[in-house]
Design a protein. Sequence first.
Length: 179
Amino acid sequence: MLDPSYIRDRIRTVTDWPQPGVMFRDITPLLQDPKTLRVLVESFVLRYMDRDLDLVAGIDARGFILGSIVAYELNLGFVPIRKKGKLPFTTVAETYELEYGSAAVELHADACRPGDRVLLIDDLIATGGTMMAGKRLVERLGGTVLEGAAIVDLPELGGSRRLRDAGLPLFTLVDFEGH
């Protein structure tokens, strides 16, 4: 079992970014060190290797990094959930609230098929808006999100509670008090 402090101690906190009062939890140090990246990926692979999944959907942008590696290791397809206006084909869109604003994400209209079982992955859960928007997009296309996964949970912002209350099982490696 992974000691959460191994991951937590390697996450950089950037204060007042992208705006005053926000403590941004930066996962790039996890990606820079090959051993830490391997431990991170294997933590997710071990959790999902015996699950009946069809796809991994990664949320823009850091969810792409982790999600694509996990999909590769699990021999699954990967689909990106992008910020509005970034996908070139026909899309479905969903608007959501962030802890410091609002945004919209899109998914290609053919990204998943009815009945597909999907793992939704991102780097961090704050207010839960992004992951909930991703879940709604997959469901609009007929897929089922079996679980949401992230490296970091910020429980004080209430996102993980809101997601669980909406029926989405979650898996995170570490949590941070504050935001």
